[in-house]
Design a protein around this ligand. Structure first.
Ligand SMILES: [Zn+2]
Ligand SMILES: [Zn+2]
Length: 140
C-alpha cells in the first residue's frame, strides 16, 4: 500500500496494486504543469486509489485529441493526478507526492523531443520522442 499527499495535506490518498508504468514526461504541458523540466508519474488502475479531500481539476485536449484532466490541490496547488480519456480506468499519480516513492522506478521517458537542454534524460530509462503506442494491458 502506497500513500501520498499534497504539500498542505488537504488532499491525501492511498493506492493498492502495482503501477502499470512509471514515466518521465518531457511534454510542454508537463513543463507548465510542474514548473520544471518534466513530470514523473506512475499509472495505476483507478479503482485501486482511495482519495481523501477534494482536488480541483483542469482539463484540456491533448495533441492526440484526448481529454487530459489534471487534478491538483486547490489550497496549495500541488499537482496530484492526471487522467486521459484515451486510457479510461487509469490514473497517473505524480511521483513526488508519494510519502515513500522509493519502491517505484521510472522505466521510460516520453516526449523527449520537447526536452530542455538543462533537463537531461534519465540514462536508465527507454526514451521516446513522443507518446509511444502502449496500452495499459501491454506497457513497454
Ligand atoms: Zn494541498
Ligand atoms: Zn506530459
Amino acid at each position: 500500500m502506497l500513500t501520498g499527499r499534497c504539500l498542505c495535506g488537504a488532499c491525501s490518498y492511498e493506492i493498492a496494486g502495482e503501477p502499470i508504468i512509471v514515466a518521465h514526461c518531457h511534454c510542454l504541458d508537463c513543463q507548465r504543469l510542474s514548473g520544471a523540466g518534466h513530470t514523473t508519474g506512475a499509472m495505476f488502475a483507478e479503482d485501486g486509489i482511495r482519495l481523501h479531500g477534494e482536488p480541483a481539476s483542469f482539463s484540456l485536449v491533448s495533441e492526440a485529441g484526448n481529454t487530459v484532466t489534471r487534478l491538483f490541490c486547490a489550497t496549495c496547488g500541488s499537482p496530484l493526478f492526471g487522467r486521459n480519456s484515451g486510457m479510461p480506468g487509469v490514473i497517473t499519480v505524480m511521483l513526488g507526492t508519494l510519502d515513500e516513492p522509493a519502491p517505484l522506478t521510472p522505466q521510460v521517458a516520453i516526449f523527449t523531443r520537447s526536452r530542455r537542454a538543462w533537463d537531461p534524460i534519465d540514462p536508465t530509462v527507454v526514451s521516446f520522442e513522443a507518446q509511444p503506442s502502449w496500452t495499459p494491458a501491454d506497457p513497454v
